[in-house]
Design a protein around this ligand. Structure first.
Ligand SMILES: Cc1ncc(COP(=O)(O)O)c(C=O)c1O
Length: 500
């Protein structure tokens, strides 16, 4: 089915944005010239409210087996294409949330379908190896072609993993192992180390910590959860570590009006980080590593300046802590650079950079020193999935061939300017429009209004996500073009006009 749809090339109207013409008094957003012939639909199309009857039926069926509280609706991935997600009731929605920011080049990209139908790739699809012990012949080449070709500055080593949480979890272990070997001065554990680690006691299981930030999100496994501080529901009833938590800067907007206040706020947070490092060392639980997102995503799209991150990187180096940048949500081009930390303009931005989502495979890059010294210290059965490296290599080709980072910068500018306009039009509802590339967000006056906007937008064919207490986050794929932005802004304006 999908291949027949792919063959049905849809020529987009060059003249006008259909949404502008559809209803009387619409938003001012202009239609961009559409010069592309894409394998994509020309706009949302809604048949039912969402979830429709078929989705409700399936939710009930699955509810007999698992908790379905988080399910939005069921999807028809065969019919979904480009920026459009189609559901089982035949509703077609412009997807600006993309499976929690994890679709790099839209649904059913022809280049990926072609790759998957290539008989040479069949054995990769059919056989899932235990990569840590029995990798396939083409694994070094594929990993070089994919992950190493986009390695962050100063990093030539990468460890693949399955998901974001387990990438971070293993990155933390790598930081602890590195730190203990540094303390010992060598990598040979004592008899006491070996005996005590078996009963969860020091010195084999040392009292070390990872410093994280209030509002941060690094995953839901036991170690990463100790560094996640975005919402109580993620953490409730789960035992955790007593590790230091620093404040993340709360910037005031518009940035250009609050330069001094924001500088002071960032300086305050950096001071607190240094205090915590000293306090935890005195407490006998030294900070082995600092973990931070370049933009706190789940926690509410909280930004900080390049100077803040430079300061933090310097503090980590000064106190001998590893610096781990979690790019699980920001990585892969969505901020207009392949890695969000590139915006800091540093040659040596981090010791570890973790990724997942748009990179399709999880994993982390690291400095040579953070390579675990013995086999099986950083290990699990699958250690990633070679099919994901195969797809990623092609995704990167598409990003280069279609100049998608330039597209992101172009669309991102239009999106952010549109959000500025809308917040000026609806000052009682919207505030704090912010973003980098298409990684944008806006605050809504209350949690309830935010949730109501999300549902109303969905019924009009626009899929968005929430984050933090009352923010809306925009996470389109890299193929989200200027005309998609205008289409979104027009519909979003209609939704806001209803709310006002
Ligand atoms: C910054 C960040 N780190 C880690 C994770 C955890 O990734 P996963 O859900 O794949 O475990 C997420 C997920 O949203 C994330 O945004």
């Amino acid at each position: 089915m999908a291949s027949s749809l792919i063959g049905r090339q849809l020529v987009l109207s060059l003249q006008k944005n259909m949404w502008l013409g559809a209803a009387g008094c619409r938003y001012v957003s202009k239609a961009a010239p559409q010069t592309l012939v894409e394998c994509e639909y020309d706009g949302p199309s809604m048949k039912t409210s969402v979830p429709g009857p078929r989705s409700q039926e399936l939710t009930k069926q699955l509810g007999e087996i698992q908790n379905v509280g988080a399910i939005n609706f069921f999807c028809n991935y065969e019919e979904s294409r480009g920026n459009y997600l189609v559901d089982v009731d035949g509703n077609r929605m412009l997807d600006i949330y993309t499976q929690i920011s994890s679709i790099p080049i839209g649904y059913n990209h022809p280049a990926l379908l072609k790759l998957m139908t290539n008989p040479n790739n069949l054995s990769t699809l059919v056989n899932r190896p235990a990569l840590g012990i029995l990798p396939p012949e083409n694994f070094p080449d594929k990993i070089t072609e994919s992950l190493i070709s986009v390695a962050p500055s100063g990093m030539t080593r990468v460890q693949t993993m399955a998901c974001g949480s387990c990438s971070n979890e293993n990155a933390y272990k790598a930081m602890f192992i590195w730190y203990r070997n540094k303390e010992r001065g060598h990598n040979t554990p004592s008899e006491e180390d070996l005996n005590t680690c078996m009963i969860n006691k020091s010195p084999g299981c040392p009292d070390l910590s990872i410093l994280s930030f209030m509002g941060g999100f690094h995953g839901r496994t036991m170690g990463t959860l100790a560094t996640t501080h975005s919402k109580a529901i993620h953490k409730l009833d789960v035992p955790s570590f007593d590790w230091p938590i620093a404040p993340f800067p709360t910037l005031q907007y518009p940035l250009e009006e609050f330069t001094r206040e924001n500088e002071q706020e960032e300086a305050r947070c950096l001071e607190e980080v240094e205090d915590l490092i000293v306090k935890w060392r005195q407490k006998g639980r030294p900070v082995a590593g600092i973990v931070i997102e370049p933009i706190q995503a789940e926690g509410g799209d909280n930004h900080a300046s390049a100077n803040f991150f430079k300061g933090l990187r310097n503090i980590a180096s000064k106190h001998g802590c590893a610096f781990h940048v979690d790019e699980v949500q920001t990585g892969g081009g969505t901020t207009g650079k392949f890695w969000a930390h590139e915006h800091w303009g540093m040659d040596d931005p981090a010791d570890i950079v973790s990724f997942s989502k748009k990179l399709l495979t999880g994993g982390y890059y690291h400095k040579y020193e953070l390579q675990a010294d013995k086999p099986y210290r950083i290990f699990n059965t699958w250690m990633g999935d070679p099919t994901k490296n195969l797809i990623l290599a092609e995704v990167l080709n598409v990003i280069r061939r279609e100049h998608l980072l330039q597209e992101v910068n172009r669309s991102g500018k239009v999106l952010l300017n549109g959000l500025y306009d809308l917040q000026a039009r609806y000052p009682g509802v919207l505030s704090r429009a912010r973003g980098q590339g298409t990684f944008c967000a806006i605050d809504v006056c209350s949690d309830e209004t935010r949730n109501s906007i999300l549902l109303k937008a969905r019924d009009k064919g626009i899929l968005l996500g929430g984050c933090g207490d009352r923010s809306i986050r925009f996470r389109p794929a890299l193929v989200f073009k200027e005309h998609h932005v205008h289409m979104f802004l027009n519909i979003f304006n209609d939704v806001l006009a209803q709310i006002k």
